[in-house]
Design a binder for this molecule. Structure first.
Ligand SMILES: Cc1ncc(COP(=O)(O)O)c(C=O)c1O
Length: 395
């Protein structure tokens, strides 16, 4: 056997966010008082109503396979949600439910991409997008944006990135890792470019509820002509604190939904029946207090970070991450060593000050680090005191 593993998996890097989280959790198990800001999951519990619905599904014996695309009841509830909250009209047949939005995104890419197709991935990006694109044999085309555009893709950049080989683009707003949210006019301008090019648009809207003082828009709501080639991806992990239930979905043109359904019927089969029952109830159990608390934490972090020497920060408008640029500190000295990059910054801050963050390289932005504020306010105060001490020792 020349090579044990397939070419597809051999070129994939493990998820950096999960690696940092694993190291952090190992340190916590050793008894170290680490503040974990590396993780992308709400620190809240799943609301009671969906939790109880899930328990009832088990005790009622509602534990068998469902249709591969998910139960009709859940797909109807999702179609209602898309209509009422996003102004998008979908039939339940156009919706496919999978084991989390990560699984959903993989299914969509697997279904629409051929080998060597190009998929535009604006950077900073969620760490799994380029790897998923590679896993399905396609080629990620990374288009980077910086602080000058609040880390958002511009219409000119988009136009320049589209080639005859472009098959799709992945848009993510509110964004992980930057927290940026595309405004109505920004999204419409991108939509006008996309209207001229026949490519798929995958919009990852998993953080749609977590916005602070701005509104979330879904692209086909603003440019309806794009409905026929847009795949709207969403999930239950962030808005309903249901990361472990593994439930996500996509709303797509009918032919794409049918193809994903048959592909899913042969790969994973239907998603968890118990989670689907809980999902129906979750859609009407949103807890706005969670958003208020995230906003309070964001405000606190922005205030503290903006006062730290060598750290620059934009005010994120959504999700639960801050994304400070620490590159002004690169080349300086910390404890006799030269600080070269964000990886060393995160490693040394974790080892010496017990604050865990993820280097921006994982998101295609090597000048930055990502810090999640899905952790208690008290811990954030501790983390900011420690980080302040850390950066002041970099000379
Ligand atoms: C932008 C983005 N999309 C999708 C996901 C996947 O969420 P899940 O698979 O838990 O539904 C995440 C999780 O971190 C995310 O940040």
């Amino acid at each position: 056997m020349e090579q044990r593993l397939s070419h597809r998996v051999s070129q994939i890097a493990p998820s950096a966010t999960i690696s940092v989280d694993t190291k952090t959790k190992a340190m916590i198990r050793e008894g170290k008082d680490v503040v974990n800001m590396s993780v992308g999951e709400p620190d809240f519990n799943t609301p009671d109503a969906p939790s109880l619905a899930g328990i009832k599904a088990i005790t009622n014996g509602n534990t068998r396979y469902t249709p591969a695309a998910g139960t009709l009841e859940l797909r109807q509830a999702i179609a209602r949600k898309l209509m009422v909250e996003n102004g998008l009209s979908y039939q339940p047949e156009q919706i496919v439910v999978s084991a989390g939005a990560k699984h959903t995104l993989f299914n969509v890419l697997y279904t629409v991409c051929n080998p060597d197709d190009e998929v535009i991935v604006p950077a900073p990006y969620w760490t799994s997008y380029p790897e998923q694109v590679r896993l399905v044999g396609a080629v990620p085309v990374i288009v980077s944006s910086g602080e000058d555009t609040s880390y958002k893709l511009t219409p000119a950049q988009l136009e320049a990135a589209i080639t005859p080989r472009t098959k799709a683009i992945i848009l993510n707003s509110p964004n992980n890792p930057t927290g940026s949210v595309y405004s109505q006019s920004e999204l419409t301008a991108l939509g006008e470019v996309l209207a001229k090019h026949n490519i798929y648009i995958i919009t990852d809207e998993i953080y749609e509820r977590l916005v602070y003082g701005v509104r979330h828009f879904s692209l086909p709501q603003l440019v309806p002509s794009l409905m026929s080639r847009t795949c709207v991806v969403n999930g239950f992990s962030k808005a309903f604190a249901m990361t472990g239930w593994r439930l996500g979905y996509v709303a797509t043109p009918l032919d794409v939904a049918k193809a994903i359904t048959s592909m899913q019927s042969h790969s994973s089969g239907s998603p968890s029946t118990i989670s689907q029952v809980a999902g129906v109830v979750a859609l009407s159990s949103f807890q706005p207090e969670m958003v208020e608390e995230f906003r309070r934490r964001r405000d606190y972090l922005v205030e503290r970070l903006s006062k730290m020497p060598g750290v620059s920060i934009l005010v994120p408008e959504g999700a639960f991450y801050v994304f400070p640029n620490v590159s002004a500190l690169f080349g300086k000295t910390y404890e006799g060593r030269t600080l070269e990059n964000a990886a060393s910054f995160c490693e040394w801050m974790l080892e010496d000050e017990l604050v865990s963050a993820v280097p921006g390289d994982a998101f295609g932005a090597p000048a930055n680090i990502r810090m999640s504020y899905a952790t208690s306010y008290e811990d954030l105060v501790k983390a900011m005191d420690r980080m302040d001490r850390f950066v002041k020792r970099i000379k």
